[in-house]
Design a protein around this ligand. Sequence first.
Ligand code: CP3
Length: 322
Amino acid sequence: MRQAGRYLPEYRKLRGDRDILETCKDPSQVVEITMQPLRRMDLDAAIVFSDIMVPLAGVGVDVHIEPGRGPVVDTPVRAERDIERLRPLEPEQDVPETLEAIRLLREELSVPLIGFAGAPFTLASYLIEGGPSRTHERTKGLMHGDHMAWDALMRALVAIVVPHLRAQVEAGAQALQVFDSWVGALDRDDYRRRVQPHMSSLFSGLVDLGVPVIHFGVGTGELLGQMAITGGQVLGIDWRVPIDEAWDRVGHDRAVQGNLDPAVLGAPWEMVERKTLEILRRAGGRDGHIFNLGHGVLPDTPPDVLARLVDFVHAETERRPA
Ligand code: CP3
């Protein structure tokens, strides 16, 4: 999940009013922002500061990120020729700053570093809608209306995402997370027909790297079984499904990550504690549970509550017999 972000005053100060995509092109700032949450909290891993839109900007998509809104694409992908413009990513040339930041981070970090990318469906939604969408109407329009164009777009995105993830591992990332944040908008049949084949080719492009891959989405309760078949040693679970039920759905040969509702961090501490204990109880101290939020930290979250949560989870899990 997002570790850095607007809930940290030191982050807001450093970021100022610049477009986040500009900040992502400054390796020393990327290193600093990645380190910020680790100075406040006893976290077990770090995620490189970047955004899922960075590799798309790298191949020349005219994207910017509007604060409080999200990624906006000025010339949305609506026709065959728009898809043809999406060339494969050449990481050392297109996203050199992210790779440089990863190399620098490995020298500074004492915890594992996670690299990441957006998944094709989630990236396609921003590209086709031209911005954030609640309904993903145009995206589904293309997906249902023109299978050839849809598959061409998914393939073009796989040819951006796979080199991006591979290059992050080659630069030093020790695990990967694939964010298919909006794929929960699909039913199981559409997922299976229109997304899964492309996700399978994405995961097969990573197997020889030998690093664990976390496969994450929001609102994916009904897709979890299918997503697990598709790939990932770890499945990211949002808060809508109790983690033990989610684990049954993905299978106990996989690890699970989750799944506290980020909004609970705005509640009184007793509630944070109660909800956290419930997750730990359901995970049952089994190997392969990565405690995390079910989605990113919300901007109004008090940093002290997050730090206290990290310590609380450590204390509670140490107390448990292995
Ligand atoms: O340091 C870290 O924790 C890694 C940071 C990270 C960012 N984006 C930085 C960021 C990660 C892992 C992402 C992934 C990302 N970006 C996703 C997948 C994860 C998810 O949340 O579902 C998605 C869908 C995006 C697209 C995106 N970028 C959105 C929806 C937004 C929020 C817009 C807003 O203002 O509400 C962004 C901007 C963004 N990316 C922020 C951060 C910290 C916040 C805005 C800023 O600081 O300028």
